[in-house]
Design a binder for this molecule. Structure first.
Ligand code: GLC
Length: 747
């Protein structure tokens, strides 16, 4: 017995010794992470720490006043010294008003970095920019369609290539942090940032978002060709009651979890390094002080470990807009307590001083500060900033290359959506005489939308030389191509009789954020008048809509022979549109949103059955102008032989179906195969259908392809009454093109 006891105590002693090692090792992994970063944090003063949590706009280190800099803007040594040497500010963003050459960017950012490296703790500055469709503040950069246009391509491989190219050109500009992608959903066509999203659908936005993360950040370690993405705007930013920017959202948790959260979760799971917080409020609580969202959901549930940055001036807006804080210092405490890591201040020098006071007064612990500094330094280290700060002009030789421009043209072409082509009016032979009507035909700015060369992109003088407007591109293609303003045409529509075809161009000039708020979804009267005018002429007519959101047109366009939607296709949109008109390309874009017919009757495609109750008590109340996923090409595609491998599936099974697509046309085409599933009965009212899979299929003329599609049963889940994602057994419908099938899921 004694022997056993002795062995027991020996074992116990060994276990204790082993444990003594374990806590140290475990403590090392859980609380401290990277030793280099921990050593740096230990050596930092409180001033340095709160400086790292401060982000200022470039204006704050340039000659002149914020938003009113000396032009061309240039660094102010005095301001740089007070911001970088004295306040130890760790991040700068934005551009001083408009686009500049690469050389300028490299010289400016290098000067900022050199100043930072003179500090006792030489911590490089993390520079951020909104390179949302290419690095749009660098001269000659390769600009592709805005996100809504990328979504209309439905081409994930293309989107990944574009994000990779954008990261390359952003790095070439000396910048490593891109405030992109937007993962909010475009559920309301009034919303002014509709065009910055991947459209209305949860699945499409989730797939496109995670694809963009992989393109921006690469796979694994971030190398010198990639940048940090920034998911925005977390959370629920686009779901406002008024349809206006930064106005209140009232959102049940189930809507938040089933519609708003998945695209962010997918991108976080894809490894996104940073996230930007929604400026708005949800259910009366500004998101910037909502700990349930910024800590409980983002950190504890989604396990996000990156840095959370505020949006523009949003801590100060807690005082001046939301009125939840009596003064700036209180607002800072509320936001830091809720989980903010970095404040996009962006134009005052008080933030770091007040934050330091809060720590010195004990209102905020230094450990809390260390948590944010740790995240910020980790992002800087992952971006290689401690190893190198600024590239040379000789680096990145493919910047603005023909290869990059061709990629942008391909994206512009694939983003265009042909919605109507009566009597196969299109494509137009080169001997046709065209009359182009409407000022948007002459605007490159309209093709790019906001965030291009300037914030609002309302100054053509900064456009990239050599990029063509739609009219310019057409006139290169067609010898007989005239232009008339909308007003002049409406005064004398009979002029149409002298031409083979009239092409009217309508839509929106650029706008960004709040300046894009509207009181009426209808297109303005002048442009509605133009549409009515072309519907009355006998000459064949084409309507081209260049717009960031689907404006209602006051017509069902029955009198228009062909209709093209151009979802802000970017710098090469004019050439792309001309190539579609001439038949150089075969259009393949599909709407990533529902196009409403009436200004006050918008319903997304994944609506509920009760949305369909009509005034005559039929069930066809939902009558959009064009459905989600609409679009045609110059080729008819036959869908045949829809066949399910199994019609009885368990909860852990995967539905596998095959289908044959046949290109009946005389040219190659690209078809987006969309799989929609509907739950026939569920404990929460089911949507009439939901997109569960999609892929691009290319087909040569006359070619048939049989395609297999996999849909995990788990992807049929919805959020139930207890806020859990569940799949309920029962009968489901599958819709692929014009074909449908049913299958059953059992326990
Ligand atoms: C803006 C936008 C945000 C952008 C940020 C920096 O207000 O809301 O999308 O990234 O400020 O420019």
């Amino acid at each position: 017995m004694n022997k056993i006891k002795a062995l027991f105590f020996l074992f116990l002693a060994m276990a204790v010794v082993a444990c003594q090692d374990a806590p140290q090792t475990e403590k090392q992994n859980i609380e401290t992470g990277d030793p280099e970063i921990e050593d740096l944090i230990k050596s930092m003063s409180l001033t340095e720490k709160v400086g790292q949590m401060t982000q200022l706009t470039l204006d704050m280190v340039c000659v002149g006043e914020p938003y009113n800099l000396e032009v061309p803007h240039r660094l102010s040594e005095e301001k740089l010294d007070s911001v970088i040497r004295v306040l130890k500010v760790g991040s700068i963003l934005n551009c001083g008003g408009h686009t500049y050459p690469r050389e300028y960017w490299l010289a400016t950012i290098n000067a900022i970095q050199q100043k930072a490296l003179q500090n006792e703790n030489p911590i490089p500055v993390l520079y951020g920019i909104d390179a949302i469709h290419g690095v749009n503040y660098t001269d000659s950069a390769s600009l592709f369609p805005q996100q809504i246009g990328l979504a209309c391509t439905w081409d994930t491989a293309l989107v990944k290539s574009l994000a990779t190219m954008s990261a390359y050109e952003t790095r070439a500009s000396g910048i490593r942090w891109n405030f992109s992608p937007v993962l909010d959903l475009a559920r309301d066509p009034r919303w002014p940032r509709f065009w910055e999203t991947f459209g209305e659908d949860v699945h499409l936005a989730s797939i496109m978002g995670e694809t963009m993360i992989h393109g921006y950040q690469g796979e694994g370690e971030i190398d010198s060709l990639h940048v940090s993405a920034c998911l925005k705007h977390f959370l629920g930013y686009s779901i406002t009651l008024s349809g206006k920017d930064r106005t209140p959202a009232w959102m049940p948790e189930r809507q938040l979890r089933e519609y708003v959260l998945p695209s962010f979760k997918a991108a976080i799971d894809a490894g996104a390094l940073t996230i930007m917080v929604n400026s708005g409020e949800i259910n009366g609580i500004p998101v910037h002080i909502d700990k349930t969202i910024l800590e409980d959901l983002l950190r504890d549930e989604l396990k996000f470990e990156g840095l959370a940055v505020t949006d523009w001036e949003d801590i100060k807006y807690l005082v001046t807009r939301h009125r939840v804080a009596k003064d700036y210092k209180s607002a800072i405490k509320m936001a830091i307590d809720a989980g903010i890591d970095m404040s996009m201040v962006p134009t005052d020098l008080e933030f770091p001083v007040l934050l330091k006071e809060l720590v010195e007064e004990g209102a905020i612990s230094e450990e809390r500060i260390n948590k944010s500094v740790r995240r910020i330094l980790t992002v800087k280290k992952k971006l290689g900033l401690f190893d190198s700060q600024t590239p040379s002009m000789a680096d990145y030789p493919k910047f603005a290359s023909k290869e990059h421009q061709d990629l942008c043209l391909e994206a512009a072409e694939k983003s265009l959506v042909l919605l109507k082509n009566e009597n196969e009016l299109l494509p137009l032979a080169q001997n046709k005489s065209l009359l182009v009507v409407g000022e948007l035909a002459q605007s490159l700015n309209a093709l790019n939308g906001g965030w291009t060369h300037t914030w609002q992109n309302n100054d053509p003088s900064f456009n990239t030389p050599g990029r063509l407007s739609f009219l310019e591109a057409l006139q290169q293609e067609y010898a007989k191509c005239s232009f008339l303003s909308s007003a002049d045409f409406q005064k004398n529509p009979n002029i149409a009789k002298s031409y083979d075809v009239v092409i009217a161009v309508c839509g929106e000039m650029p706008y960004t954020e709040t300046p894009g708020d509207i009181e009426d979804l209808n297109l303005d009267d002048e442009q509605q008048g133009l549409i009515q005018a072309i519907e009355r002429i006998s000459t064949p007519s084409i309507l081209v809509l260049i717009q960031g959101r689907p404006r209602t047109l006051g017509s069902e366009l029955n009198g228009v022979d062909a209709l093209i939607y151009a979802p802000l296709p970017g710098d090469f949109g004019g050439e792309a549109l001309s190539n579609l008109i001439s038949g150089t390309i075969n259009p393949s874009g599909r709407l990533a949103f529902t196009y409403p017919k009436h200004p006050s009757a918008h319903t997304c495609y994944d609506h509920k059955y009760t949305d369909q109750i009509h005034i005559d008590f039929s069930t066809n109340a939902v009558q959009p102008l064009f459905e989600f996923g609409s679009g045609i090409s110059y080729c008819a595609i036959d869908y045949t032989n829809l066949s399910l491998d199994q019609k009885q599936l368990g909860l852990n099974d995967t539905l596998r179906y095959s289908i044959t697509l046949t290109n009946k046309g005389d040219r190659a085409t690209r078809e987006t195969l969309m799989s929609f599933v509907s739950d026939s009965v569920a404990s929460i009212t089911p949507s009439v259908k939901r997109l569960r899979a999609f892929e691009s299929i290319t087909l040569e003329a006359g070619e048939s392809k049989t395609v297999d599609v996999l849909i995990p049963v788990s992807s049929l889940a919805f959020v139930d009454a207890n806020m859990n994602w569940i799949v309920e057994p029962g009968v489901f419908g599958l819709q692929v093109g014009p074909l449908t099938e049913t299958f059953e899921v059992y326990e």
